[in-house]
Every structure is written in structure tokens, then in C-alpha cells.
Design a binder for this molecule. Structure first.
Ligand SMILES: [Zn+2]
Length: 275
């Protein structure tokens, strides 16, 4: 019975991962996620239903378009596998069933935003703003001491989201004063607000700390290897320019996913150091 449920969760995760791939491609380009079938970005041919089976179609087609033979991005099977793995982890980790489903939704949003920032340096409002709203609703849902308590939890979640956005905006302002150019984007502020709305202030700070440290390590590695990240904003793609910004949002999402599962244990370990 448990094995069947596990297989069902994995299949569901693969299907939603496939839908997430559609969001990752279309939202930064301001295309509707409801309109029409997906097309091959190389030749424009519509993807047939039988070539749209998560993971298996990629393996069967050996990662190439059936029509033109252009390589299909490894991101497609990677996102499908990652969604299925994270959903299985949510199912195994969280006893409370509301928390289980809520964390699966959070993983979906975090994974999608990580991929969008890595590919386009954009964190679309279509993901961050509903993400903040869902985080507030989730915070109210897990407070079960009557309506006044639920309202208090929702208000608190919203307040932490505002503090998180303010933190990024202050750093952004200071950076601009010193360097006279933009460091973190507005998308990063909304993303950290979403993380704080869902996970609370301590885990949001942990995610931020992990993102800054891992982003700095990644930056140093790039400097040592003397390469630039192969990311271009859509504007840069159109202008034929290469970007040099690091996708901070991707690191924030990775930190948030870590905090969602291991944040409590990590914070306890840290506090024990001072006993
Ligand atoms: Zn093609």
C-alpha cells in the first residue's frame, strides 16, 4: 500500500515537473501557460502528445527533437526528476498531511524560480506573488487554535514577508550608494518575501545566508576558472550581450529548499554550539 502510494507520488511529481517546464519556458517570455501545445524552440514544430511523456519521451528520443533533431535541453528531464524526488521527500518527511501537501507546493515554486533565474535572470511575478499569498494562507492553515489565532498567524507571515523584502531593498540601496549600479533585483526581494512567508524569519535568514555563501563560492570558482556564467537576460539575448550577474535567486531557492527540510535541525545544531 505504501509502495503504491510512493509510486503514485513519483508519477504525479513527474507530471507536475513536466508542467513546471512549460512555466519555466513561457513565464519569463510573458507567454500564457494555458495557450496551445508546446513547440520545439529550434524548428517550431508542435510537440506530439506521445513525445510529451515526462522523462520517458526524452529517453526514447535520446534528447533530440523528432522533427529537426535539435538537442532538447537537459533541464527538461532534470526538472521532472527533481520535482518527483522533492515530492517523494515531502511525502516521507512531513507527518502532518496539510504540511505535506503545502511543502510539495513550496518545492514546486522554489524549483521553478531557481530554473527561471538560472536561465534568464528573471523571477516572474506570476510565480513570486502567488507564492507569497500561498505562504500566508499556509501559515494560517497550520495555526489551529480558532479564527483569531489563524488571523494572527497570517498577519505574522505577511509581516515577516515584508521584513524580508525590506532586507533585500536595504542591501540593494547600500550597494547602489557604494557601487552606483544594481546588485540584487526586485525579483530577489519578492522571492525572499515568499520564502519568509512560508518558512518564517529564522529559516528565511538561513536560506539567505546559504545563498550568499554558496553564491560567493560559485563566483570565486568562476574567477579562478576565468569563465563567465552562461546566462543571458532576454534583453541581452536580443542585444547579443553576455551577462555577468550571478543568479542569486537560484541560490536563494536552493537555500530555501534546504531550510524547508533541514532548517530546524541546522538551527538547533547552531544554537547548541553556544551552550
Ligand atoms: Zn525541432
Amino acid at each position: 500500500m505504501n509502495l503504491l502510494a510512493g509510486i503514485f507520488i513519483v508519477l504525479l511529481g513527474l507530471a507536475f515537473g513536466s508542467f513546471l517546464n512549460v512555466c519555466i519556458w513561457r513565464l519569463p517570455r510573458h507567454e500564457s501557460i494555458a495557450a496551445g501545445r508546446s513547440r520545439c524552440p529550434a524548428c517550431g514544430a508542435e510537440i506530439r502528445a506521445r513525445d510529451n511523456v515526462p522523462l520517458f519521451s526524452f529517453l526514447f528520443l535520446r534528447g533530440r527533437c523528432r522533427d529537426c533533431g535539435a538537442a532538447i535541453s537537459l533541464r527538461y528531464p532534470a526538472i521532472e526528476l527533481a520535482t518527483a524526488s522533492l515530492w517523494l521527500l515531502c511525502w516521507l518527511e512531513f507527518g502532518l498531511s496539510v504540511q505535506r501537501i503545502a511543502m510539495a507546493i513550496f518545492c514546486f515554486f522554489a524549483l521553478g524560480l531557481a530554473a527561471m533565474d538560472a536561465e534568464t535572470l528573471l523571477l516572474p511575478d506570476a510565480f513570486t506573488l502567488p507564492g507569497i499569498a500561498l505562504g500566508v494562507i499556509y501559515s494560517a492553515a497550520i495555526c489551529d487554535d480558532g479564527l483569531p489565532d489563524r488571523l494572527r498567524c497570517a498577519g505574522l507571515s505577511l509581516a515577516w514577508a515584508a521584513c524580508a523584502a525590506a532586507l533585500i531593498l536595504v542591501i540593494r540601496g547600500l550597494y547602489w550608494l557604494i557601487r552606483r549600479r544594481e546588485g540584487m533585483g526586485m525579483g530577489d526581494a519578492k522571492l525572499l518575501a515568499m520564502i519568509a512567508a512560508w518558512l518564517g524569519p529564522v529559516n528565511a535568514l538561513l536560506a539567505f545566508f546559504l545563498a550568499v555563501v554558496s553564491g560567493a563560492v560559485y563566483g570565486v570558482i568562476l574567477l579562478v576558472l576565468n569563465t563567465r556564467p552562461k546566462i543571458r537576460t532576454l534583453r541581452q539575448v536580443q542585444g547579443g550581450l553576455w551577462g555577468t550577474r550571478l543568479p542569486l535567486g537560484s541560490f536563494l531557492c536552493a537555500g530555501a529548499l534546504y531550510a524547508a527540510f533541514e532548517g530546524g535541525a541546522t538551527v538547533r545544531w547552531y544554537l547548541d554550539l553556544f551552550r
